[in-house]
Design a protein around this ligand. Sequence first.
Ligand code: NDP
Ligand code: 2IT
Length: 451
Amino acid sequence: MSISNETIEKIRRSNCATDDTFFQAVEEVLESIKPVLDSDPIYERHSIVDRLTTPDREFKFKVVWMDDNQNIQVNTGYRVQFNNALGPYKGGLRFHPSVNSGILKFLGFEQIFKNSLTGLPIGGGKGGSDFDPKGKSDFEIMKFCSSFMTELHKYIGPRIDVPAGDIGVGAREIGYLFGEYKKITSSYEGILTGKPYMFGGSLMRPEATGYGCVYFTDEMLKFAGKDGFKDRICTVSGAGNVALHTIEKLYALGAKPVTCTDSRGTIYDSRGVNLELLKELKLVRRASLEEYCTVHSEAIYTKVEDYPQGGHEVWNIPCDCAFPSATQNELTKVDAQNLVDNGCISVSEGANMPSTPTAIQIIQDNGVLFAPAKAANAGGVAVSEFEMSQNASMTKWTYEKVDKMLEQTMRAICKRVHLTAEEYGVAGNYVDGANIAGFKKVADAMIAEGI
Ligand code: NDP
Ligand code: 2IT
């Protein structure tokens, strides 16, 4: 079966016209898996495309909470349980004003293939809220998280659905969510990952996505016959969990990361960014990146308003390796062309779907190595699964053990994606390799389980 316009139209009709990021994610996967569907009619016989592009269920609920001025606030909460063919639904929670069901369907859909690629027993899901944590006090965050969990707890469980963090949700939020779950249910169990270490979190979970992305890229460079990171200039976007730990691992491997971004602007420090300062600004004080220049006056800060037309300042800066690690569609065709023109050799997606389809095309057409999100950023969810294993067996693994398993997992994913691309005649195309390898495992499980 080839993917006809009719299939795409059907998917569009069953969703909201505004679910564009979801359609973007679906169309990319369907394009990649055409050869698999064409070569084996079993997938059409079992209506796998229809079944895989429809979430098992979606929850949408009201979250009412009281702010510090005693005003009652109302937000919307969501959980999308997309597919559990391989294991319990697994995927993060995003708290950001842009969150809606379309964005969560895109993230949940991507998560199915990402989790499949890890080789671990986890299905795909995603959730979150349009709540904006920016500028909120700790107490307000706690109030919101408690209210959110009042509803969410009905749908999750260690063998059912295990949420974690994503944009706007880190150890602080997960801690409050866990505390509320325990209060409601009196049950101390691994219903969330990314928990603080003292109550069941895994060592290395905060670092896992960023470190994993760098391990993956190192392996990809090796497959392409290129040297590792020593002295390589790297550009990174974002200044959150994924970006800062990417920067940390890049330094550890001898590279020079020179940028980071937040929602207001970009820092370019040609001597290499000061990671300690960034952690203090973004993780502790939750301040704007602009403050970086009060300590490092030689660094250049560019406001979002001053970005190049149709593009982003960070991708205008010459680099060997680029790591988009903030949000979806943050690397456009203008950015891709700038990266290519400036001699970039690899782009690795730390964020989920940060590159637009045209940007990916430009990157790949110009022979730049491209590591798609569902493979490159799978380290976070992999260590989440290690956390589930530790919780289930009531044990704690050492930092060294988790790091070693993370590195092995990322290098194994890279190899699998690389070999799959070769097997399907698209050597070097990691987008197709990841989509095909991720798809086959889930699809075969769905067929084996029956309807
Ligand atoms: P954080 O909330 O820790 O950091 C997000 C960073 O990106 C912040 O610097 C934020 O800026 C910036 N950002 C967020 N939204 C926008 C936007 N619309 N425009 C510009 N900048 C923006 O999130 P994470 O680091 O956890 O997540 C980053 C990306 O990585 C997301 O795509 C997420 O889905 C993905 N990811 C995360 C994983 C994890 O384990 N956390 C695992 C795999 C993927 P500001 O500080 O101004 O808010
Ligand atoms: O996009 C992702 O993989 C995450 N936000 C992490 C999911 C998880 O369950 O750890």
